[in-house]
Write a protein that binds this ligand. Sequence first.
Ligand code: C2E
Ligand code: CA
Ligand code: CA
Length: 508
Amino acid sequence: MHLLKMSRFSRRATIGLICLLPLAITALVSYPISVSTVNQELMQAGEAYQQRLDIQLSQLQTLNHQNLTGTFTKCERLKAKYHFATYMQDVYVFDNHEVRCSKDLGSLNKPLPTFLSSLVDDGQHVVIAPPFPQTGNRPTIILIERDPQTGKGSATIVDGEYIENDFKALEFRKARGVFLEINGQRLPVNSLVETGQVIIHSDQFGYDIHLLVSPEAVLHTYRDYLLALFPLTVVLSLFLAILVWKYISERHTLVDDIERGITNREFFLVYQPIFQTASNTITGVEVLVRWQHPKLGLVAPDMFVCMAEKHGLIIPLTDYILKVARQELGSLHFDQSFHVGVNVAPSHLTDVDPTAYFTRYKKAFLRRNMHLCIEITERQFLNESAANTISALQEAGVEVAIDDFGTGQTSLSVFPKITVDYLKIDKCFIDTIGQESVNSHVLEGIIALGKKMNFSLIAEGVETSDQAAYLINQKVDYLQGYLIAKPLRIRELKSFLKRNEKQLRIAA
Ligand code: C2E
Ligand code: CA
Ligand code: CA
């Protein structure tokens, strides 16, 4: 029974661990949230940049188009308009690979530069061109529009550095690296080999902007989240710790109290007489436990029996009850065999060798002419191993009663396999006597079943002489209830038995 006692150290350790739980959860959950926040921010920055770049490229596309459709047919006008547009390395208006006009050189007639010559045949497109001596050894973005019918075209060459500078502004934010990619060509040309974690695609121009998430940015965001959530986490931890502390200490107070109560003999027994209808005499008792708690006063078994069961204390408690019952009842002298019903919890039937345990007590009771009967509530009855134990117990001469019969789900089909000595009909059915209700028919059924199976019937909670008269008339074997006697202390039982030694008249 000491197994369940938690040491003070492990109590503290449990509370400590539970305190850490919200912190651990916050730490674990915040990291992926930080990654996704940074990704989200990069995505927004990248999309904003992509929209800007699309607008700029559209303007250059319009320029190319104007060159073709004749708005700038006069080379001087083109030269004048874009002379100071430094981001533009050059604009070529060409006719079948012959340059007719250049933004820098004006009207001329010479072949297209070789780096451009190979690019112009594909109609309208955007390319990233690697550094060429003609482009000052700098990478460029080239927008080309060419009419395949006439062979006339216009190519606008934008300095790659102009775009790269924009990227720096983005990198300054949460990206470790940014590059533009068109058909496998990257800008900056020597950009990192990886693929970006955030990729934004331009449908209009077919390029991708790759953004590589900066681990520092993630860590910063992570730290910000942790700092922001820290006060809440601490409050939550404290709240949890208080709850757990209360639960553990309450549980332990009660469990400790039951243990202490057994040691200090705070539990005492009362005995409720059982009346045999055939002989009009008291032929036995049911043993019921009470607790005189030093602080709470008298505690009913409904309050602590299930607690003792839940926390593994029911076996020591039943052991105590059996010992006290044998000792107290043993002080009385019975001329005839006296029935002693003791309530037994299901966990007792699955404990180590319950047959040997109860047989030992049966023998001890028998030495004082008392017959031990264990009462098992119907709700616990169906379990197969419990059923086997019941058979073994009966073979060993321990009587078995099914308590609260009719309130559980015992299937009638178990009865050919299991025999019991007594069925205790629950009070709720006895209460229906004299009333027209569904349960009153159930009572008739239970009585008929008991007779058919040759089980002795004990009616529980008999309170009126009308109920007693009905039950006697139905040949129910035993009656138990306030009509006969309330549960009595051993002294009271002694005088009660003495008073009613001969016979007891209970029904009108
Ligand atoms: P139970 O085994 O069905 O016990 C019968 C309960 O009905 C007892 O309540 C008894 O005092 C009460 N009773 C008897 N006759 C009448 C009556 O005419 N009218 C009314 N209203 N009640 C009557 P108690 O002693 O409070 O026990 C309640 C339950 O606690 C028991 O139900 C049993 O399940 C459990 N219990 C009591 N003592 C023990 C014990 O020693 N060990 C175990 N494991 N359980 C126990
Ligand atoms: Ca009982
Ligand atoms: Ca009962």
